[in-house]
Write a protein that binds this ligand. Sequence first.
Ligand code: C2E
Ligand code: MG
Ligand code: MG
Length: 728
Amino acid sequence: MKQNAERTADQLGITKIQRVLVVDDDVASRKLMRKTLMREGFEVIEAENGEQALAAFDEQRPDLVLLDVEMPVMDGFTACMKLRQRKDADHLPVLMVTGLEDMDSVNRAYDAGATDFIAKPINWPILGHRIRYMLRSSETLVDLAYTVQELHSNRARLTNAQRIAKLGSWEIDTETLLMTWSEEVYRLFGIESDNRTASLSELLSMIHEEDREQVRHWFSLALKTGDANDINHRISNPNGNVRNVYQQVEAIVDQDGKVTQLHGTIQDITERQKFEDKIRELAYFDSLTGLPNRDSFKMHVDQSIKAADRQKYKLAALFLDLDDFKRINDTFGHTFGDMLLKSVAERLQDCLRANDFISHVETAAFTGIAARFGGDEFAILLTNMHRSEDAAIVAQRILDSFTHSLTLSGHEVVITPTIGIATYPADGDSTEILLRNADTAMYSAKRIGKNNYQFYNNSMNANARLRLTIENQLRKALERNELQMNYQPQLEVKGNRFVAIEALVRWHNEELGNVPPSDFIPVAEESGLIIPIGEWILRTACTQLKAWHDTGVAIERVAVNISVRQFMHPDFLALVKDILDTTGLDPEAVELEITESLLMADVESAIQILHELKKLGVLLAIDDFGTGYSSLSYLKRFPIDRLKIDQSFIFDITTNVEDAAITKAVIAMAKSMDIRVIAEGVETIEQLNYLTEKNCEEVQGYYLGRPMPAHEISALMASHKVSRQDKE
Ligand code: C2E
Ligand code: MG
Ligand code: MG
């Protein structure tokens, strides 16, 4: 029988054979049903009455019961009721077979727990379908029940997992701003859940005061755009407990792309963070001094090298070793040695903190990091440096800070450091090389006699000292009246007369003697001192020319050199105007000399400033022309009056074909553009004759007159009418 059913089931493509229990006291009915159902692929078992049906259910677990109503021993209703009480039978499909139009039976059948009823006489062809349909829905029902059950246990598991992970979840409606919080969120905030609805404002009230604005912003961004990254912030419990949390958010978007809901998680990461901090501390910091250790120092150098490349500044690595530290350790013991190292660390940090003393006008002060490499070895990284000399300033400051003795647990000790300096990029283009070279420099400093600093690059040592002295002395140059203006005459070739002068600054310093402008002008530029010094130069030169004009000395104009920093300074225009106003000098009597390379550094800004200056009426000249790679097309855009051919071309002009060619070309080009030309560095009559022949309009150089003090210029003008023959 069973085999039969299996075969039919196979033929029908039904994989699992389902078992139907047919309960009827009428043998003929049972046989008919069996035949019909077997044809449909079911396995059939039979019972004569209610009692037998219950036993058959217990033993054979049918998938469905077909139950007649009227039977001896136990009727269908009772049997159905009893079945329903059986364990595992609550989803069992029970089909009651009732009399036609018998509403009372139908009602009772449902009351007894029947799934459905079928009225007699039975419509045989549809019985199979009916049963199969019932089975299918019961399976769905069972599945559903299982799903619900699983959901319950999943939720319990989730809640559990969330509690263990200290991870809460929330949802927020973007319209109402009402929120649902998981149990863990309540636990995190330290408040009762009470089955109520929470809100965004309630959540925000739980955020640590200092982080609240940031979190509010984060929420509003997420609510508006659905876009938000994760966020770390603090919350404070009603009991004053502060915790660190990590929140993530995901937006639920409707068909129109509108954000309707946000789903988020909030996790308590206080412990984890403490742990991570501890690990980081162990990995990257020296436990004795709390300074970064060698590894983290190297990481800093790596990063700083990248930043320095991008932002075009310099770095310095200082390697520092304490002199005779071993002796102190041996004399006073290790505990004392440790205390000493700690106080050294503090001194170093103090030296770096006080770096504002190095700040220059407009020059951003650099920053420094101190590290301990182990033992009595320390290192310092200076970033954002514009000049290698800044490293010398820091090194000197460290040496100075160690001249005071230290009193530690009753002992007074003097300890001195020796420092090696390597700069980036000059002394090495990688962290490894830089540190190695700083180390090498430190050893050569030790050899020289400890308690000093040395640069890796030897010339830097002399250079650094000289430049530092120049800078220090230059600071006082103006107030000490150490600056003086000299003037060099400029000859107009055609009229053979001096028409103008170039103002050239001179500096005599007590310690340094006469310092040439080529040595101190760059230092003045880098330190920002060029601003006050440049103003003094322009004012002095203009005042002098005005004085000459007033006394009838025939000098048409004065040419004054202007450096980049002055030219780009936002107050420069106002300064020029002020000087013109206060001296009462005709603007055309002032010519500003600007080097070609200055103009090429930032062409657009330069053009704009040149035009502004032109509006004031002053003349503009390009100094050292031919050295700065400006192309003709640029020249056209500069509103200039004069070109000064650089002296390097004049030097060999009579012997070097190339120099001669360039000079000729510049003269021709300038003429075509209606720009006047002056040649500087004219030292010989041959040079002068050559330039005259090539129609150079003006000349300047030792042959015609050296730069000289003002009173000599007046004398020259009074006595001298340049005679070419005189010179020959
Ligand atoms: P520069 O503006 O090209 O000045 C010409 C330089 O050539 C001057 O040097 C001058 O003394 C020198 N010189 C003049 N005739 C001859 C000659 O026949 N042969 C040779 N070999 N040299 C000659 P100085 O005064 O030493 O100035 C050097 C540079 O320093 C100047 O070059 C200029 O760039 C800068 N400088 C000088 N004075 C000032 C100033 O007052 N302000 C600014 N910002 N820079 C200045
Ligand atoms: Mg000049
Ligand atoms: Mg020049």
